[in-house]
Ligand binder design. Sequence first.
Ligand SMILES: [Zn+2]
Ligand SMILES: [Zn+2]
Length: 359
Amino acid sequence: MNIKRLVGYTLALLTVAGSAAWLLRAPLSMALAPKLAASRMAADGLNELPDGLHVGLCGAGSPMPDEERLGPCTLVVAGKRLFVFDAGNGAARNIGRMGFVHGRIEALFLTHFHSDHLDGLGELMLQRWVSTGNAAPLPVFGPLGVETVVAGFMQAYAQDQHYRVAHHGEQALPASGFGGVAQPFFTPTQGHVVLIKDADLEIAAFNVDHSPVHPAVGYSIRYKGRSVVLSGDTKKSAALQREAAGVDVLVHEALSAPMVALLAQAAADAGRVKLKKLMNDIVDYHSSPEQAAETARDAKVGYLLLNHIVPPLPMPGMEKAFLGATGEIYAGPMKVGRDGDFISLPAGSGSVLVGNRLR
Ligand SMILES: [Zn+2]
Ligand SMILES: [Zn+2]
């Protein structure tokens, strides 16, 4: 058989096999569906994790669309307790995709009231209510002003609450579990305010510098000797550095000024001069990756995880470019965060286990 004919037969066989596979695709997927549904319904990340402190990115992005990064959201597991920090666009979806049950979220903490940090709040409160039929609303901690935010969402969702309770019944979906309840706090100029404290766990808030946005806070979480600090949105902040001293993981926001300048130039070239101004403006109230690295170095943190990544990084290789000169500043391990990144700090050890729950 000559080569030409052999290639012809092979192609024909592949076509037939491809058609058969295509025809069988629907029955095959439906044969697997019950197993998949059963495992998804039974999945509960809280039951699988070892005792310790865990931090994951349920949104590593910013207001700018990025395929790898939805809006700002960080989840923290302390033992068997699940907390969420900020609820950006898509937060609830990522929390579910990462294998956690929304109904088990004990509380949400907001860093500030820029809309990209709370535009997923309605969906998060809804999922927490319906996924387990919670009878109590979601506590939403935040600096003063959080009560206005929560009241606004409650008003916007009031009709939805009515429809769902009327449809499913009070037994399956108690009206009392709808929405959230604001837990406003005041942060002192110096130091921090402790929000949750027991023998093993402490969660505290402290002021950062996101001026002209006031208030704006970061959070520190300590559990059984392990520790995580979340920067929130801030430019380089001495208070943040103090709070982060010696912690296992610092989750720090980062914006690359050269990359944003490139976008600003592109906006100008496209005649979008107002957008160019916005691009130029955002640089002065965020931190560069290098500044985050300086804070990590000076606070002697164990691991630096960058989040709130601005701008989007759509091409391979851009993460390395985004890091700029950070490697010369901070010698410890660091990563440009992506959705699903998950760091475990087992209790009673010094180990730092880095993975991703979406890959
Ligand atoms: Zn902000
Ligand atoms: Zn932001």
